[in-house]
Design a protein around this ligand. Structure first.
Ligand code: GDP
Length: 315
């Protein structure tokens, strides 16, 4: 039996997956679809790596590593050590279990399956109830223009250079020609769609690439359902990663108000941390303060319940 209503959540990797896990746990099985960023995807060692999709797969399957905060738990590193010994590229870490994901994905892509079909296959194999929908099956590649080093591809910037160069501009190469994946189009048109959630992901690196795929932003706006976002910035700081640093580099004040302004015209309700209660938001946007730092699974489910209650679908 299909769930009586559906929630569509836009997510990047680690921050977004935290709330996606909370939503997955409190909603009826199958009610959640997670629309995932693929702008971070790249081909490495001949393998198609899809970092945000994989973070969502591992997190929702309970395979994620809560200690490292990325990758798979109980991971081993034989491949990496052997590669390094041979003088191979070792700047991007691939654990042995993680490697299996990229090898199998690449094999299936070579057979002609789409990224969406492969993700759906992995979802089913890993026993995940929620759908994980790559935004597009066409290549979209995030690139950053840095002051010091010019244009860098995303992973060389993010992992290779640890986000150190100052960012001046961003580009989502291929986005203008990309088609939203068929499953995304279906999710956006689903009459059972009850609410849209923007997870606390990096607005510039994780949510904007999704919105850059032609038709997605317009389809989100056309649906007359509540759109609730959670700020990834708490008291002027990112919980993890370069979001606040990037805001400064782009000449913006790091804070929840900047997140609110960025989502003007798209988001109906912004959930900010209690530390940011009273933050200014654009006209037409409501703001709700709640604890948004997700350390435990209870924190994740509690925030998911707040978001769903605000969207008029209490769980
Ligand atoms: P990435 O693709 O792996 O970089 O992950 P995302 O873009 O999905 O998430 C990165 C953002 O998540 C950063 O801006 C963090 O500040 C934010 N974040 C991480 N953990 C939390 C949390 O517990 N609460 C909130 N509100 N934001 C978080």
């Amino acid at each position: 039996m299909s769930p009586p209503f559906r929630i569509l959540a836009l997510s990047g990797g680690i921050g977004g997956a935290k709330l996606a896990l909370g939503l997955d746990r409190v909603l009826p099985p199958g009610a959640l679809s997670v629309l995932a960023n693929t702008g971070d995807d790249f081909v490495h060692l001949g393998l198609h790596v899809s970092p945000d999709v994989d973070t969502l797969l591992y997190t929702l399957a309970g395979l994620d590593d809560p200690v490292k905060g990325w990758g798979r738990r109980e991971e081993t590193w034989t491949f990496m050590a052997a590669l390094k010994a041979l003088g191979g590229e070792d700047w991007f870490l691939l654990g042995d279990g993680d490697l299996a994901t990229h090898v199998e994905r690449s094999r299936l892509l070579a057979q002609g399956l789409t990224l969406s079909e492969i993700t759906e296959r992995f979802r089913a194999r890993l026993g995940i109830a929620s759908a994980i929908l790559p935004m597009s099956d066409d290549p979209v590649r995030t690139r950053v223009k840095t002051r010091e080093e010019g244009w860098l591809d995303f992973q060389p910037y993010f992992v290779g250079r640890r986000c150190e160069p100052a960012v001046e501009a961003l580009d989502f190469a291929g986005a203008a020609e990309a088609r939203m994946a068929p499953a995304v189009a279906a999710a956006l048109a689903d009459p059972a769609l009850a609410a849209i959630v923007l997870c606390p992901s990096n607005p510039y690196l994780s949510i904007d690439p999704i919105l850059a795929v032609p038709g997605i932003r317009a389809a989100l706006a056309r649906r007359r359902v509540p759109v609730v976002a959670v700020s990834p910035i708490i008291a002027g700081q990112a919980v993890k990663g370069p979001t606040a640093k990037m805001m400064r580099e782009l000449g913006l004040e790091p804070g929840a108000a900047t997140v609110a302004a960025h989502y003007a015209g798209l988001v109906d309700i912004l959930v900010v941390d209690e530390a940011d209660a009273g933050v200014a938001v654009p006209e037409g946007m409501a703001v709700h303060a709640a604890p948004t730092l997700m350390r435990s699974l209870d924190d994740r489910t509690a925030l998911a319940r707040v978001v769903l209650a605000l969207a008029g679908r209490p769980a």
